[in-house]
Design a protein. Sequence first.
Lengths: 109, 273
Amino acid sequence: MVRDHLNLGGTNPLVGPNDPCGERFPSVNGVYVTDVCPELPRGVAAGLKGGVFPTREEMDFLASMGADFCCYNLVPTMIVAAHAGFKVLGVVAPDGADLTALLKAVRED
Amino acid sequence: MTKALAHSVQDAVQFLSQVSRQVPKAAVVLGSGVKVLEDLTDDTFSYDQIFGMSPTIVGHAGSLSLGRVDGTLVAVLRGRFHLYEGHNWDVVTLPARVLAAWGVPYLFLTNAAGGINPKFQVGDLMLLKGYRDHLNPQWKESGLIPALMLPPTDCQNELTRDLWKVGEHLASKDSSFRPLRTGVYAALLGPTYETLAEIEMLRRLGADAVGMSTAPELDAVIGTETKAAAISVITNVWSAESAIEGHEEVLREAKAASERLDKLFRSTIAGLK
């Protein structure tokens, strides 16, 4: 489960005139839902630019910067959701994983 | 530099040359909430008149005033263009390029910044010895990993050394003048504030403060005759032990910081050769 992120995409979806649904300078701290499913690990997402595949050296570097995993579309989506006032539940799973049981557990929590 | 930009720089320099026969010795760019040289308002022109456009952010007036500090002609620029507003690099760097093309020898840049260095307190003034550019549009192509792996850009020169000396002098004769800090400023694109994970990352990268401006201007005057120096006013700190009492204290500290910055700039400008 995502507990925080590094926006490393080189852009921000909120650049431009502010949509009045949220603040001009929104804080993205404290928006992640982390009080469910205590058995799942928590991690910091490194949001990369789409199509960028980090080398081994870059992966080690990102880990040294505090990142636990890399992703592409998650962080911009989270930023837009946080700006609009949503709490965000970020769940990261391997490709093709069956999330039925997990989503059920989240819902029960 | 694009052809359209060269045209804008030329237009703005022509306008400024018409309103002032003398080129100012120094220009001061004020960031949000930074209030110095407030008496310099005699000859004031809007950014719209000079640059053909205005900033969109509340609290950034967008005006250039000409006046004298101890007999020295100074331009004060209130407000700036930011990338997070949707402006491109050419627009964001336009005022700095214009000042350099006009032949202004000394450029003082200011900004409000978040303190990352745990020793910093709200109201501290940090003289930039270097900066990290995490907002350049070139990172749109590659993402930020290459930016993170670069060392900070050194921005020390005769003007930063002047400011440091004047700061030391003011602190030695006036106990209310808090000694200057020095450090590395990390410029992020915004408009979201940095996350706690990003703060930790920036701390590991050796950054002392974080904001959303100034790096483009410092970048824009590299290779010109204009010497630039930048000062961050630390408006919040990211550590529990130096957490402050409340909003009133923030305002009081910001006001006290502006007063110290005003003294620092006036003394430094008075000593410029």
